[in-house]
Ligand binder design. Structure first.
Ligand SMILES: [Zn+2]
Length: 393
């Protein structure tokens, strides 16, 4: 982007009314890593690179952006002995737009790198070298405002090999006033050479009370999360169910919510769980087709939901009536199916979900369509025909 263009965008952004895009002053549920960062910042001893690791959708990106806002704020405030971003200076207002996921968010000293989407919205498999090269040349010019430069690289485990090697050089020879915040939900997939150059901070799954509160906040103050997502109002029971089901991930709760609500989830369960008759086999293949174009996240979500439901069935079939269920409003159907299938088949199906998930997560080009068909057939009654656990390899 040339300078005049940048200045034009800057001036447009600066005209926005203060506070209109203000989102959260704080990131919820991550007191431990955030206070570690805050302390280091207060003592002027921030490490030049941090690696935020933890499940997806818990707030790693948001935390990195909050840190960027703190480090770039032009008017730091003293709050109870802690220096905090003001939230309203030129720099903070620009970063608030990133927190809002606004498409044209821009800050000259904040570089956010993540996997790109193609024109059809499909996410690239890896982060290529080009954005790393661009980053290196931007950093070599020094910061635009004369202060710090912040780099956020999301899913650092997704860096292609040459991109990772290029980044490594930058991490090995840290430039003054450049701070890196790397995120990953797959720590094992991060190159050890990158891991060893960054201080690792763990972001745990959110507890269900925090999630419940965050969902309420989204209802009262809807913001876009990703693209084209719609959030219909939730009843208290639905909100409760969502916070239980999402396994501590706000991102997952929001995808579930925008997916069409709990009614749709329940009908998906019913469609996948069958008895093995000839119609059921055809139905299962038809059902599997729905996932041909699904993203990795959607597939993981669906597998997760089914796992929760089969777990409910197993719990009920063991007579544990008092235990809280993931699908409380679905108790009767779940009890009936749990009884019909029996403990062994419920266990097989739970294992089948694990097996399919672990194969889909392998990034070696495993045939997703085939895995989904096999899984759907198994859940549609092939477990009874096979009389053994599903094995995909
Ligand atoms: Zn500020």
């Amino acid at each position: 982007m040339d300078t005049s263009n940048r200045e034009h965008i800057n001036s447009l952004q600066d005209q926005r009314p203060p506070g209109s895009t203000m989102l959260l002053k704080e990131v919820e549920g991550h007191d431990l890593p955030l206070s570690t960062l805050h302390r280091a910042f207060g003592a002027n001893r921030l490490h030049h690179a941090y690696l935020f690791q933890g499940p997806s959708g818990v707030g790693k990106r948001r935390s990195a952006l909050a840190m960027a806002r703190l480090l770039l704020c032009l008017d730091l405030q003293d709050q109870a002995g802690r220096r905090e971003a003001c939230g309203d200076c030129k720099s903070c207002r620009r970063i608030n737009r990133f927190l809002h996921d606004e498409a044209d968010a821009y800050h000259p000293d904040l570089h956010v790198i993540s996997r790109q989407r193609d024109r059809l919205g499909k996410l690239a498999k890896e982060i290529k070298i080009a954005p790393i090269r661009e980053l290196q040349s931007a950093l070599s010019l020094g910061s635009f405002e004369g202060g710090r430069s912040i780099v956020i690289i999301e899913e650092v485990d997704r860096l292609g090999l040459s991109a990772a090697n290029a980044l490594l050089k930058t991490l090995e020879e840290p430039l003054p006033n450049v701070h890196f915040f790397l995120t990953t939900n797959s720590l094992n997939a991060v190159l050890p050479t990158i891991k060893s150059r960054a201080q690792s901070l763990r972001f745990a799954p959110l507890n269900s009370q925090t999630l419940y509160r965050l969902l309420q906040r989204y209802e009262s103050q809807p913001v876009s999360y990703g693209e084209d997502q719609v959030y219909s109002p939730l009843s208290d029971a639905q909100r409760e169910s969502l916070s239980q089901l999402s396994g501590g991930s706000l991102g997952r709760a929001l995808s579930l919510w925008s997916y069409g609500g709990m009614d749709k989830v329940e009908s998906l369960i019913q469609e996948s769980d069958r008895n093995g008759g000839p119609q059921d086999i055809l139905g299962a293949l038809e059902f599997a087709k729905r996932f041909e174009k699904a993203t990795e996240t959607e597939l993981a979500l669906w597998v997760h939901l089914l796992r929760c439901w089969y777990r409910d069935a197993l719990v009920i079939s063991h007579g544990a009536q008092e235990v809280s269920l993931f699908f409380p409003t679905y108790r009767e159907y779940t009890a009936q199916r749990g009884h019909q299938l029996g403990a062994q088949r419920l266990m097989w199906r739970l294992q089948a979900l694990d097996e399919a998930e672990s194969h889909m997560l392998k990034r070696t080009g495993s045939n997703r369509k085939l895995i989904m068909e096999t899984l759907c057939l198994y859940l549609a009654g092939f477990d009874a025909l096979n009389q053994r656990p599903l094995q995909l390899s």
